[in-house]
Design a protein around this ligand. Sequence first.
Ligand SMILES: Nc1ncnc2c1ncn2[C@@H]1O[C@H](COP(=O)(O)OP(=O)(O)OP(=O)(O)O)[C@@H](O)[C@H]1O
Ligand SMILES: [Mg+2]
Length: 364
Amino acid sequence: MIKIEHLRKEYPGTTPLSDVSAEIRDGDVISVIGPSGTGKSTLLRCINQLEKPTAGRIWLDDTEITSPQCDLCRVRRRMGMVFQGFNLFGHLNVIENIMLSPVDLLGTGRQEAYDRGMELLRLVGLAEKAMSWPDELSGGQKQRIAIARALAMDPEILLFDEPTSALDPTMVGEVESVIRDLAKSGKTMLVVTHEMNFARSISNRVFYMDEGGIYEEGTPEEIFGHPRRENTRRFIRRLKVLELKIESRNYDFVDMAEQIRRYCERNRIPLKTSARIQLVFEETVEHLLRPTLNPPKIYAAAEYAEETGLAEWEFRYSGPRRDLREDGDRLPLSVVEGTTVRTEYSWQEGDELPNRLLCTLLST
Ligand SMILES: Nc1ncnc2c1ncn2[C@@H]1O[C@H](COP(=O)(O)OP(=O)(O)OP(=O)(O)O)[C@@H](O)[C@H]1O
Ligand SMILES: [Mg+2]
């Protein structure tokens, strides 16, 4: 349904897309992932012609939308776009926001636009907000209205650019669930997202973008479970593993606790396990930093395996051989021992951080 041929987009000094070819079939739900600056937004903006490609062609069914003769207004009507900023018109109430484009651009009668608008509001769970003003709504509600507004044009394809990234964590779920329902209904969608579990659960294909194009594509299972190429592997690992470095005793404890909290949230780690992840980190790091004159440098990596529910902490630290489990003062570690199923110590001679402690946390 959408065919992209050798798409290239240059900006002065940077070429985010050097050569992109892809086919998006009817009913495809494609997650677009990749590091910042790799052209994910640019790709979406080229598809709906908000940006003019430098070279290459894009087809929407039989219409070449990159052709100068193409009627862009007609094309854009067939594609709905939802950004992260949910830009609703502040001077219009909710239902008016939704009715605006169908009435103005499609010539839909007001009653019909109203009825359809109410239907869409029910779909996103906000029928009772029809007469509210945008600034009376939460971020999650605004974003759901923005989705309803995009749907009001009855687009054949929906493009989402990080629809939940501007939201409070508490509101991410409600927006994701609306998008998930749309995906199930068979709507063709392209979704740029950093939420791995979300991407995994809604899409049938994943585009990993890097090095000027679609660097690797596959099913969610392939990309998230068994990425083949180097950059994809590294990116996926970074999504799954939380890495922290402690260089001195004055490390930013609050920031690290926050990073751990966000990591747990992003990976949907059960509360009990999250609490243990936090606890084992705090106790181990405190214990490592306490007694010595020269506190060690510490590298800590947490990894959570969804399939087994097991979380693991790996601590690597500098200094002489020191198995924490044999330290005289066992108090902090007894806390750790009460929360772990297994601890393992090893020594890597010659390594900058030769001590290695592996803790597998209790899962229930
Ligand atoms: N209008 C523009 N003018 C000049 N450069 C631009 C413009 N839009 C994007 N770029 C550049 O193109 C590159 C790709 O940007 P793009 O926004 O597509 O990345 P992205 O993958 O969406 O990143 P993020 O994950 O941070 O949103 C970046 O280097 C960006 O600075
Ligand atoms: Mg972007």
